[in-house]
Design a protein around this ligand. Structure first.
Ligand code: NAD
Ligand code: MG
Length: 401
């Protein structure tokens, strides 16, 4: 494996599902990246201390000010017991953005934060010139044109199994040779259920994903199909295509991670057992390949891969997202913000499972929904988002009465 540059790495969201798997990849292939900085929310102090000892970053940022003291204590104690200097520690959302933008060309930032709070760090990475390995799909969904216009060609490498697959399938393909993209979906734990059956499901049932082990928000989004809806929009921006050229197909085995159909009628698929370390390692090392990164498919036993249409009547998340993408003007920021509020409310017992997408629809249809103009930039989007969150919360409270 000669010729792979050792990049400085900033990892945003290191204690999460993607973050911990990314550090696993870096531990196994230490020549591809040297951890320069970690950013965390702050809920897992012991894990942060372990990560600091294992990877010795120069910088550590804790975004949640109320949790910072516990993390700082754990990290300082661990470093002093091990006889190593503690990293420089920053606290708060601004410090996350500062860390995100602190590297330059030849370096890489993996944004693995959950939610639209990832948008400002994403923009900071793009302006500093580092490679952006992007797991935080919400920043591309919410920031759409702002993010793609700020990015140099090839600067964003998607860390989402579907988009990583499409990027690989597109190697050597010209944009005008693409007919459409086919994004695969596992269908989530409630595949095949009717709306009547979905009316009864609990948040705990939503957390039982059939093929992937992920953070709580994305797992819930997989059950509502909001995750697939966000991924359709993510694909539109990442690959510069309108939503009607991004098809969704249910593939319960999660082996074919997505496909590209070309104008000549051939379809190129990327397939591997479900393991996010594949996508993470791909984005960190691209264009190099890491030998043994993840298990390969084994055809020595019989297996079948099946594909079926998605039931958009039962799961309205995808059609709502398509409408929001066609409209633009902050509608996708509204979609995502309402979803984030609704998922929290669902876990708090204040909203039913079906209530999540119903609330997204209601707020999108609100007669006084504000629009963000392109010239208003990120501030315009954040204002629309704030309105959407407040409106969603008010409607949740109204339902609970
Ligand atoms: P997670 O909830 O497991 O982890 C989120 C991480 O972000 C944690 O380390 C948390 O402490 C940190 N964090 C939260 N708020 C922060 C902030 N303001 N600043 C800095 N750090 C903050 O989430 P996850 O499942 O790892 O997903 C992360 C992102 O990757 C999401 O956008 C998700 O949609 C996307 N993604 C995840 C997977 C997966 O397999 N988990 C697959 C594809 C895409
Ligand atoms: Mg995905």
């Amino acid at each position: 494996m000669t010729g792979i540059p050792t990049r400085r790495l900033v990892l945003l969201g290191s204690t999460g599902s993607i973050g911990t798997q990314a550090l696993d990849v870096v531990s196994r292939y230490p020549h591809i990246a040297r951890v320069h900085g970690l950013a965390v929310g702050g809920s897992r102090p012991v894990l942060v201390a372990e990560q600091v000892l294992a990877h010795r970053p120069a910088q550590l940022v804790i975004s949640d000010e109320t949790r910072a003291a516990a993390v700082v204590d754990a990290v300082r104690q661990a470093c002093s017991a091990a006889g190593v200097p503690a990293p420089e520690i920053g606290v708060g959302a601004d410090a996350v953005v500062e860390l995100a933008g602190s590297l330059g060309e030849g370096d890489v930032v993996l944004n693995a934060i959950t939610g639209s709070v990832g948008l400002l760090p994403t923009l900071a990475v793009l302006s500093c010139g580092a490679r952006l390995a992007l797991a935080n799909k919400e920043s591309l969904v919410v920031g759409g044109h702002l993010v793609t216009e700020a990015a140099a060609p090839g600067q964003i490498l998607p860390v989402d199994s579907e988009h990583t697959a499409i990027a690989q399938a597109l190697a050597g393909v010209e944009h005008e040779q693409i007919d459409h993209l086919v994004v695969t979906a596992s269908g989530g734990p409630f595949r095949g259920r009717s709306r009547g059956e979905l009316a009864q499901v609990t948040p705990e049932q939503a957390l039982a994903h059939p093929t992937w082990s992920m953070g709580r928000v994305i797992t819930t989004n997989s059950a509502t199909l909001v995750n697939k809806a966000l991924e359709v929009i993510e694909a539109c921006f990442q690959f510069d295509l309108p939503e009607d050229r991004v098809e969704v197909v249910v593939h319960p085995q999660s082996i074919v991670h997505s496909m590209v159909t070309l104008v000549d009628g051939s379809t190129i698929a990327q397939a591997s057992p479900p393991d996010m370390r594949h996508a993470i390692g791909w984005a960190l090392a691209h264009p190099h390949k890491l030998p043994g990164l993840a298990a390969a498919l084994d055809f020595s036993t019989a297996q079948s891969w099946t594909f079926e249409p998605v039931d958009e009547d039962t799961f309205e998340a995808i059609s709502l997202a398509r409408g929001a993408h066609r409209e633009g003007g902050g509608a996708m920021a509204v979609y995502n913000a309402v979803n984030e509020e609704a998922v929290e409310a669902c876990f708090a017992g204040a909203l039913s499972f079906l209530g999540i997408t119903a609330l997204i629809r209601e707020v999108l249809e609100h007669p006084r929904r504000p629009r963000a103009q392109r010239e208003d930039g990120v501030e315009g989007l954040l204002a629309v988002e704030e309105w959407a969150r407040a409106t969603a919360r008010a409607q949740i409270a109204e339902r609970a009465r």
